[in-house]
Design a protein around this ligand. Structure first.
Ligand SMILES: Cc1cc2nc3c(=O)[nH]c(=O)nc-3n(C[C@H](O)[C@H](O)[C@H](O)COP(=O)(O)OP(=O)(O)OC[C@H]3O[C@@H](n4cnc5c(N)ncnc54)[C@H](O)[C@@H]3O)c2cc1C
Length: 292
């Protein structure tokens, strides 16, 4: 298999993913594939699918919990990183970092993407997750997304993506790869935008634990409630399973204190869920994704 994969695109074998996930979890994978353009990605995906090979698509790894070993191919798309800023929309390929793009667009005096200046994910991962904060999310600005489904490249509209809170239909179509998308933007007052972004950055820095490896919020907020507050009220800040610990700064963040494994994070999640269920009869739902 290695020979065939190598004839398609850049392939690394037994690759360590510690620096490819924001939790900094140790994880090796059988193969790490890095297509440099859509043609290579298509060939790679066709080969993987026709040979029934296990795979997953990796963005910036900022919303996933990795296993100790992934026995398949990791498709890494950061080399698909072209973008173009127009007067009323932005075109971006899936591998572009959304926070970098948002800062660029905002500093040019356009609103729309300003909510995303603190989200450390790729465009692909953000379109998939419907990433959002400060009262906005991807569903508010997405015009269309170009996807590859293993057979054809097609354009999906905003409504095709069936967006919901931190979710899209892409979660039920694991065979859809987001190649690129268009976001709408609008000319706005630069000074006001800069002040808004600064205020939000300060809010993030003061409330979130940004000094330890994490993957942001662990649980979705239950309707009308804050997951962080529920966990905090149970006195769970500092509660840990090995090096995976509930952050002292933000109870909906799990941090890696050094050598946590994906299993440690998952065990801690299960413990928190059990305690929240017992105390409040609420089923917390994961915002992060467990890769198996
Ligand atoms: C400090 C911190 C703060 C955060 N703040 C926020 C926040 O305010 N709001 C928020 O919503 N999130 C936040 N997050 C979580 C995370 O950054 C977002 O969910 C982000 O959009 C995930 O993108 P990613 O590229 O890292 O995706 P990954 O974690 O790499 O992948 C997530 C999922 O997307 C899929 N995927 C990735 N690329 C593609 C593609 N091209 N096509 C199809 N599927 C794809 C993956 O297979 C996986 O299922 C935060 C994370 C951290 C660490």
């Amino acid at each position: 298999m290695k020979k065939e994969l190598k004839s398609i695109c850049s392939i690394k074998e037994n690759f360590e993913l510690k620096n490819f996930n924001t939790y900094k979890l140790n994880c090796t994978c059988d193969y790490f594939a890095e297509p440099k353009n859509v043609q290579e990605l298509k060939e790679l995906f066709n080969f993987i699918r026709s040979n029934n090979i296990k795979y997953f698509v990796l963005g910036n790894g900022s919303n996933i919990i990795l296993p100790v070993h992934y026995d398949g191919v990791v498709i890494y798309l950061k080399k698909l990183n072209n973008y173009e800023i127009n007067d009323d929309y932005v075109y971006a390929e899936c591998g572009v970092m959304i926070n970098t793009l948002a800062s660029k667009v905002t500093n040019m005096g356009y609103s729309g993407l300003d909510f995303a200046t603190g989200i450390p994910g790729t465009v692909g991962g953000s379109v998939y997750m419907n990433a959002g904060c400060f009262g906005s999310d991807i569903s508010n600005i997405l015009i269309s997304a170009t996807i590859y489904d293993g057979n054809e490249i097609k354009e999906l509209s905003n409504s095709d993506l069936e967006y919901e809170y931190r979710s899209s239909m892409l979660k039920n179509h694991k065979d859809y790869i987001v190649l690129s998308c268009k976001f709408k933007i609008e000319k706005s007052n630069l000074e006001e935008l800069k002040a808004l972004v600064l205020e939000r950055t300060n809010k993030r820095v003061s409330s979130q634990d940004l000094s330890h490896p994490s993957a942001g919020s662990v649980f979705r907020n239950p309707e009308g409630l804050s997951a962080g507050k529920l966990i905090d009220d149970l006195g769970l800040k500092g509660f840990s399973v090995n090096d995976a610990m509930v952050s002292f700064k933000h109870a909906n963040f799990i941090i890696n204190n050094g050598d946590a494994s994906g299993d440690d994070v998952i065990k801690l999640i299960e413990e928190i869920k059990t305690k929240v269920k017992k105390e409040y009869d609420i089923d917390l739902k994961l915002e992060q994704e467990i890769i198996k």
